[in-house]
Design a binder for this molecule. Structure first.
Ligand code: GLN
Length: 474
């Protein structure tokens, strides 16, 4: 799809030279939303009037010669799991329908301080649980390249909003691939920073030791500036890392790249994706990179470990949606216990219920050691091995996804286990807490795009972005 603007730089140049103004920029995106959103269902809510008012204020500020924020001209959509004061946030769930945020997420505060314009709230899988954006209580999201297909999930609305030029960039959240997998399916850049790089304050929790806010954008430079604005310590999130984010490009001469033969020979991997990724690796080698196969013995443990630990954390995190504190409360109940049960049963969708039950099971007294404790140990092994590889290599390269976008309501993917396997290449970065990016480099002969994924060492987003930039320009 032809996009009017590819990057923030381009918009800022046009604004500063007087070629356009903020109101025109916002109008362009609102028109695109008007054209596409009814079919694609990416935005759950559009803040049209508010965005135009903000644009007007920014135009006046520029005219008055005042110093503009670094995100001046940035129109951004935020996933419906991120709190924006005075605006609804529902996690695409009936249980939070009509719930309004009473404070800003730290990342939202930081975006606004730099003059970003928030255009609206983006649809996703309920509580960010899913790989297809079909689990939203407010209807499935469609892929703009082929509306009969899914956009991936759970940040499907964020990917589609950028894909269909309905905003310049979007925020998503990534617990096991929710930024990168939809980025791959929708032909955009998806960045998952290191765990702790961006505050989770104001992000509705799914699995707190995995969750991180990420970005979807057309370009690496936009991913970089958004990260730069949002990154850094926050008193409201004690897991944010204290070391300062250093925004200078980090060139890697002759990068050392590891790939896993077990990944490349996995039976679920589409043969054409395999071929293109192999070609890619060959090309990097011929340009001077050192490309080596590395044994990663835990491939089969990634998805089970991820699902045991994330469902356990989810069952605890989601206990707060009980009908008593906030959100939906059943009107049918005649006792307090029934009120809890009915409120949750009426307003929580099937997949989220499945995960709460799974999580409660693995944490229950009789099964805790067999599942939860064991999975914690396996996570440690996976993380240690991943970090060891990344201390010897600059990057691990994998396909982002084993397939391209699949049809909405696809028979084989209806079964939850096959859906879980869609995350086979993305969950490793979350289990280890390292940064990863999906770059939109390929087109499949079936007409759909797909991405390649790069992982780098903990807190080494710079290297990832610099090399990613090189690859995008190639
Ligand atoms: N698709 C994965 C899941 O269903 C990842 C979700 C996410 O990253 N939020 O859990």
């Amino acid at each position: 799809m032809e996009k009017k603007y590819q990057s923030l730089n381009q918009i800022q140049d046009a604004l500063r030279s007087g070629q356009t103004n903020c109101k025109e920029v916002v109008s362009h995106y609102l028109e695109q939303i008007e054209l596409h959103n009814e079919e694609l269902n990416a935005f759950l809510e559009v803040y049209a009037t508010e965005a135009m008012l903000m644009a007007d204020a920014l135009d006046q500020k520029l005219e008055a010669g005042q110093k503009m924020g670094r995100l001046f001209g940035m129109t951004i959509g935020i996933k419906d799991v991120i709190c924006y004061k005075g605006h609804k946030v529902t996690a695409a769930s009936r249980i939070l329908e009509n719930f309004e945020s009473i404070y800003n997420a730290t990342c939202v505060d930081r975006l606004l301080q730099e003059d970003a314009i928030i255009l609206g709230r983006l649809n996703c899988d309920e509580f960010a649980m899913g790989s297809s954006s079909e689990n939203s209580a407010f209807g499935p999201i469609r892929n703009a390249d082929d509306p009969s297909k899914v956009p991936g999930g759970s940040s499907g609305g964020s990917a589609v909003a950028v894909q269909a030029d309905m905003c310049l960039a979007a925020l998503g959240s990534d617990t096991g691939g929710s930024v990168r997998q939809p980025a791959s399916f929708c032909n955009v850049v998806g960045l998952k920073p290191s765990y702790g790089r961006i505050s989770r304050h104001g992000l509705i929790a799914y699995a707190s030791s995995f969750d991180i806010i990420g970005t979807l954008s057309n370009t690496i430079e936009d991913a970089r500036i958004l990260l730069d604005v949002m990154a850094g310590p926050d008193d409201f999130d004690s897991t944010t890392i204290q070391n300062k984010w250093n925004n200078t490009a980090k060139q890697v001469e002759a990068p050392k790249i590891a790939y896993f033969p077990a990944v490349m020979n996995h039976q679920g991997l589409d043969p054409e994706i395999k071929e293109k990724v192999e070609e890619f690796l060959g090309r990097q080698e011929s340009k001077g990179a050192i490309v080596e196969p590395v044994d990663f013995p835990y491939l089969d443990y990634l998805v089970p470990t991820y699902y045991i630990l994330t469902t356990a954390e989810a069952s605890s995190n989601l206990a707060r949606y009980d009908g008593a504190h906030y959100g939906h409360r059943s009107s049918q109940a005649s006792s307090i216990e029934e009120m809890y049960r009915l409120s949750r049963t009426e307003a929580i969708g099937e997949e989220v219920r499945r995960r709460i039950m799974l999580g409660t099971f693995v944490l229950s007294a009789g099964h805790y050691d067999a599942y939860f404790t064991k999975a914690q140990k396996v996570r440690r092994l996976i993380a240690d091995k991943t970090l060891e590889i990344l201390s010897q290599y600059d990057f691990i390269v994998t396909p982002t996804t084993p397939t391209t976008a699949f049809p909405i309501d696809a028979g084989e993917y209806r079964d939850p286990i096959s859906m879980y396997l869609a995350d086979i290449y993305t969950v490793q970065a979350n289990l280890a807490g390292v940064p990863a990016i999906s770059l939109p480099l390929f087109q499949h002969s079936n007409g759909m795009p797909f991405g390649i994924q790069l992982l780098s060492g903990k807190f080494d987003e710079q290297k990832l972005l610099t090399y990613g930039q090189e690859l995008m320009l190639d």
